[in-house]
Ligand binder design. Sequence first.
Ligand code: ADP
Ligand code: GN1
Ligand code: MG
Length: 385
Amino acid sequence: MGHDLQFIARQFRTRGEPVEIAPVPVGHINDTYVVTTWSPAAPGWGTPGTTPEGGGATRYILQRINQIVFTKPVAVMANVVRITEHIRAKLKTECPLFLRQLVVIAAKDGQAYYEDAAGNVWRMYNFIENALTYDSLQDAALAREAARMFGWFQKLLTDLPGPPLHETIRGFHDTPARFVRFQEVFQADAVNRAKTAQAEIDFVFENAALCHVLSDLVARGEIPVRIAHNDAKINNVMFDTSTCAGVCVIDLDTVMPGLAAYDFGDLVRTATCPAAEDERDLSKVAVDITLFDALAQGFVAETGPFLTPAERQHLVFGGQLITFEQMIRFLTDYLAGDVYYKVHRAGHNLDRTRTQMKLVQSILEQEEQMNRLVERALGPEGPGS
Ligand code: ADP
Ligand code: GN1
Ligand code: MG
């Protein structure tokens, strides 16, 4: 459906009026646009001895929150405001990254979002300039930096004051429930696709025991629930265009109670394999141990000091679990007829399912070595020792 993007962009407190709006074709969930505004110079600008603001272009990110996925967008925005304000309050203004963190741009009525006449909920952020995201990586330094950023993000949120964040998607990483849902969708086979995914369906049933491991540890109180990003995939962190240093963690919709292992797991899933998430040539899909080593070092550099022994021991398992869960989610969506993830070609969710399956196999094969690398990164008494 077409949206009057100019009108929507004008509902926010931007500097100047929107002059250009372009879609960002990244991300599986929200609709994302770059809005460029233009503001004229204030009267008197340029007069020696005066300080009125000059004019110029400013960029923003405008997003329509996917309300099929996020049924409570107002709760999402309440979380996002708390998270962004807390992070900025913790970073000292002199910290070079202070000005490069997400800020929610208020709507003209002062709310953190704008609801249009059709009930769509829109939000606006500052555009993080001179930074970029990657959909996959080949470079160990970037893998280390990505993991350091998500670890840093978890660390910054360990002391978020106030009540628990809203659970924006119920049971988001409840892998056993994901498996139950998969079985229902598979039994219904509403679009008659099960016959085209037999090997993948078999793999899910054969490995179903993986689903319960972390939830059982949580239920027994052996692994703590903390605030996690819960969608720590590689294109949800921005890097400086010139220095390649991490700048900012984005896509905060699922930041809520979760496990450290979920975020490390999503990094393993997306930042240790140089191939794309939807690569069709499966010979390219495997965990690259050099990328993994860098990733482990980056993550524990920030989180090592606060992770419990049980959390440390389950980081690699987090990679297995989150990749397996992602396989189940893509396969479920394929069998349901592509109702959740944006797809761009026939069989897209099945292609994604296959890469995840190949990655699970690759992690299972290299598990011992990966665990050794995490232990080495932690050192006998933690990172840096
Ligand atoms: P989705 O939930 O659909 O993945 P994201 O919030 O991750 O949406 O945004 C999609 C993409 O848009 C990101 O991967 C990133 O490339 C770009 N992006 C998002 N927010 C910003 C921002 N504040 N500044 C610059 N680019 C951004
Ligand atoms: C979605 O929004 P995006 O593209 O960063 C999804 C994640 C999946 C990921 C798979 C809210 O992430 O959970 O892991 O796709 N987000 C939601 O690439 O479902
Ligand atoms: Mg994203």
